[in-house]
Design a binder for this molecule. Structure first.
Ligand code: GDP
Ligand code: ZN
Length: 448
């Protein structure tokens, strides 16, 4: 695509803020040589780490460190890039960055380095998104699948499908030029067979992408229930041996806590709410409203009740307020006190699981149920994916289905194939509106 690639030199601190052994300032642009000259008195040998003194405008010493020079096009952005590896302190790096800005560079916007890499054809859009997803990964499984996407596994699948579509379109167009042979075409080109194989391959890609989206965005779970039924205990138990980060949400009801944990590598965002009780307290009321908004966004609501008591009228009020489509599991806690065995059962109101948060018995049933709801099945070859990708894949499938329905009308068949191809190629970014690019790259951190 012939998008204009900006030529200004951009600069940013590329390492995380805070203190560390090493910190990196990165510059990218068309004429980087002058910067290197001013910063350390020479243009270093390409791709060789060179120990230099970084100098201020008055030649005083800013820091001593390594400089790396990657001439275009063999760099992350595809432009000339230099990296200044200094000591990893906020003041040192700020000094180095300020010096670069004084020399004429502009502070990079979030994701601007990656955006330039995309515009220069170093990465496609799915790979660029994988860069952000790798950095944001909160579980090992998410990180591994992001690397797979970054490496191009997902993009290769998309390109394979695109090639098949292109071939079929070419065959169709050729036949359209010889109207007498239309019927022969369907047989000769094995149009139905090709469509079937395309759909099957697409289905497998969609499955892998669906798993990947789970790893990317996780499952949002809300635990609701009356005071003392064991919400906090359940949250801790679900976290198990894994690292549970449980933090109170400032400014809301005292009892609302958020936990980030994982089940089989899927990030689980859990909110444990205090009772959603009627209140006259303004602060608490705001907290409760916020909780309801969280509940409306959740994938799963766990309604926790005491197994000895069952669903109370107060619980029934909560149930009545839930959106009709929302997935709900009733968890009957304190099975140890109720003296009944742990179990999963299907009731008129959905799935019910009896367990004990205290002893841990029955927790496996709940974990399995959550995985089932998420649609997770363990796989080795998951690539990270986003909602946007899933929508494009679904759209592609619809158009292939419609193409099939149009046969033997070849013009309409060809048109549906074109639309399928268009939907599919939006994943890798061949046809992508600028505002979508802005939205995607705007969510990156600065310096990436
Ligand atoms: P929350 O107010 O809903 O968050 O409830 P907590 O998790 O703070 O639990 C309230 C009390 O019930 C605590 O004393 C817990 O130890 C106890 N508790 C929670 N779950 C169980 C359980 O499964 N069995 C038993 N025996 N006690 C439990
Ligand atoms: Zn609690």
């Amino acid at each position: 695509p012939d998008r204009a690639v900006p030529s200004e030199t951009i600069a940013a601190i590329a390492t995380a803020s805070g203190r560390g052994g090493v910190g990196i300032v990165r510059l990218s642009g068309r004429t980087i040589g002058a910067y290197a000259q001013a910063l350390c008195g020479k243009l270093p040998v390409p791709r060789v780490a060179t120990l230099v003194d970084f100098l201020a405008a008055d030649d005083s010493l800013l820091d001593t460190g390594l400089i790396l020079y990657f001439p275009a096009p063999y760099s992350f952005t595809g432009e000339d890039v230099i990296e200044l590896h200094g000591h990893g302190g906020p003041m040192v790096l700020q000094l180095l960055l300020s010096r670069c800005l004084d020399l004429g560079a502009r502070l990079a916007e979030p994701g601007e380095f990656t955006r330039r890499a995309f515009l220069n054809g170093k990465l496609d859009l799915a790979q660029a998104e994988a860069v952000a997803d790798l950095i944001d990964a909160s579980t090992v499984a998410a990180a591994r699948s992001a690397v797979r996407s970054l490496h191009g596994d997902f993009s290769r699948e998309i390109h394979f499908l695109l090639d098949q579509l292109t071939e079929l379109r070419a065959l169709t167009e050729a036949t359209l030029d010889f109207p007498d042979e239309e019927i022969d075409f369907l047989e000769a080109a094995d149009a139905f067979g090709r469509l079937d194989r395309l759909q099957a391959r697409l289905a497998s890609v969609r499955d892998r992408a669906h798993q990947g989206r789970l790893l990317q965005s996780g499952l949002h779970v809300v635990i609701v229930g009356q005071p003392n039924v064991g919400k906090s205990s359940l949250l801790n138990r679900l976290a198990g041996d894994e690292l549970a980060i449980v933090t109170p949400i400032a400014g809301t009801t005292r009892d609302v806590v958020r936990g980030s944990l994982q089940i089989e590598g899927i990030p689980l965002h859990v909110i444990d709410t205090a009772g959603l009780r009627e209140t006259n307290d303004e602060v608490e009321r705001i907290g409760i409203e916020r909780t309801w908004r969280e509940i409306e966004r959740a994938d799963v609501v766990l309604l926790l009740v005491d197994a000895r008591v069952g669903v109370t009228p107060a619980d029934a009020e909560i149930i009545a307020r839930l959106a009709p489509g929302i997935v709900r599991i009733t968890v009957c806690n304190k099975a140890d006190l109720a003296g009944c065995p742990v179990a999963r059962s299907q009731t008129r109101d959905g799935v019910e699981i009896r367990l004990s948060a205290k002893t841990g018995e029955g927790i496996g049933l709940l974990r399995d149920e959550l995985l089932r709801i998420a649609g997770w099945h363990p796989a080795e070859d998951v690539f990270i994916a986003r909602e946007r990708h899933l929508r494009a894949l679904a759209d592609t499938g619809n158009h292939i289905g419609m193409a099939r329905a149009q046969l033997p009308q070849l013009e309409l068949f060809a048109e549906e194939l074109r639309l399928a191809q268009r939907a599919l190629s939006s994943i890798t970014g061949e046809f992508t509106a600028d505002d979508l690019l802005g939205e995607i790259f705007g969510r990156f951190c600065i310096g990436k």
